[in-house]
Write a protein that binds this ligand. Structure first.
Ligand SMILES: NC(=O)c1ccc[n+]([C@@H]2O[C@H](COP(=O)([O-])OP(=O)(O)OC[C@H]3O[C@@H](n4cnc5c(N)ncnc54)[C@H](O)[C@@H]3O)[C@@H](O)[C@H]2O)c1
Length: 337
């Protein structure tokens, strides 16, 4: 396998970004795209010099396609991901992996059964600040994590993000899956598996959706650390940052991107050091995640973000919704949802 032949399902905002990034890799190229809308499939195909399909099953019949990128809305991930695996293709599935655990299990089951790679597009693992926070922990700068706080606050949905499906929790997974799949994954990546979730939230000002626009989550990790995530789509002044305390030191990332972006870190009794985000040079994250997927296929290794990781994010978000509804803390693993 010299160059991996790739097919795209869903030629929207993210699908076209993935496809353009895929074509920047030396060892992969987009050969075909599919979208239920002929005009959208044709436009993407013309831009990518690829074949266009309106039914992804026809695309999956092409023997030169080795791998498929699934970039349809979250509630639709299951069918193309399962069909792709059954057709012998490796699967890269956008976040959230799905909006139900049943769908996550079906995708993982199909990929396991067909012995195909499955990677979930939790792209923040490839961003500079997120990646350096994780590395500082791995390098022992703060000892064992004790408490992680991440805030991601924005002013609501606008522009190209206002699609019908995104406004319904049953289709997008609500803010916790459609946006905060990234922050939930980040916290779990750094602190490990979660054993209980307690959450509160409500729909305060955003009447475009049928879900909460502000939520506060408290997480208890298996290793004893605790975490707090503030999710908002109802904040006039946005913010994306947080901090991580450990047994020997702390990491403070006041902003993940923008002018103030960077990381302060230090041990007890020492003057903290500062790394400006601009000094953390990484490959463009979407290219980097696809490179990791292609490398896993070429070298027959495990992808860095597995189906298990994607499913864990969905489970934490579902637990938070249940907790906000019942007022009770939810222990993981969850029972049938
Ligand atoms: N990683 C990120 O930062 C990031 C950013 C944006 C979106 N996403 C994710 O990417 C996915 C898609 O989001 P988007 O913003 O690109 O959505 P979008 O609405 O822009 O595009 C979805 C496309 O899928 C097509 N489609 C629907 N059903 C189909 C089917 N059965 N077969 C083929 N095509 C079909 C639609 O016609 C549309 O063109 C979601 O899971 C979303 O959460 C990830």
């Amino acid at each position: 396998m010299d160059k991996i032949g790739v097919g795209l399902v869903g030629c929207g905002v993210m699908g076209t970004a993935l496809a353009a990034s895929c074509n920047k890799l030396e060892h992969a190229h987009i050969l075909a795209v599919s979208d239920v809308r002929q005009d959208i499939a044709d436009k993407a195909a013309a831009e990518l010099n690829a074949r266009a399909f309106t039914d992804y099953h026809d695309m999956l019949a092409l023997s030169e396609i080795d791998a498929v990128l699934v970039a349809v809305p979250g509630f639709l991930h299951r069918a193309p991901a399962v069909s792709a695996a059954q057709a012998g293709k490796h699967v890269f599935c956008e976040k959230p992996m799905a909006v139900s655990l049943e769908d996550c299990d079906a995708i993982m089951g199909a990929c396991d059964e067909a012995e195909r790679k499955l990677m979930i597009g939790q792209v923040c693992r490839f961003h500079g600040v997120h990646g350096r926070v994780k590395q500082l922990v791995l390098d022992g700068h703060i000892g064992q994590p004790t408490c992680m706080v991440v805030r991601r606050l924005g002013g609501g949905w606008s522009g190209e993000w206002v699609q019908h499906w995104r406004m319904e929790r049953a289709k997008s997974g609500g803010t916790l899956m459609e946006v905060n799949a990234h922050e939930i994954d980040f916290m779990r990546w750094v602190c490990g598996d979660v054993k209980s979730v307690s959450a509160r939230g409500a729909q305060y000002i955003d009447s475009q959706t049928d879900f909460e626009d502000i939520m506060l989550l408290n997480l208890e990790f298996v290793n004893g650390a605790i975490g707090h995530h503030q999710s908002s789509n109802a904040s006039a002044i946005g913010e994306y940052g947080g901090r991580l305390d450990g047994t020997e030191g702390s990491i403070h990332f006041p902003a993940i991107w923008g002018e103030r972006a960077g990381i302060h870190y230090g041990r007890f009794g020492e003057k903290p050091q500062f790394i400006p985000a601009a000094d953390i040079v990484v490959e463009e994250p979407v290219i980097a995640e696809l490179r990791a997927f292609v490398d896993a296929i070429k070298h027959n290794t495990a992808p860095p973000v597995t189906g298990h990781d994607g499913r864990a994010v969905v489970e934490i978000a579902l637990a938070a919704y249940r907790s906000a509804q019942t007022g009770e803390s939810v222990a993981l693993p969850m029972g049938k949802v």
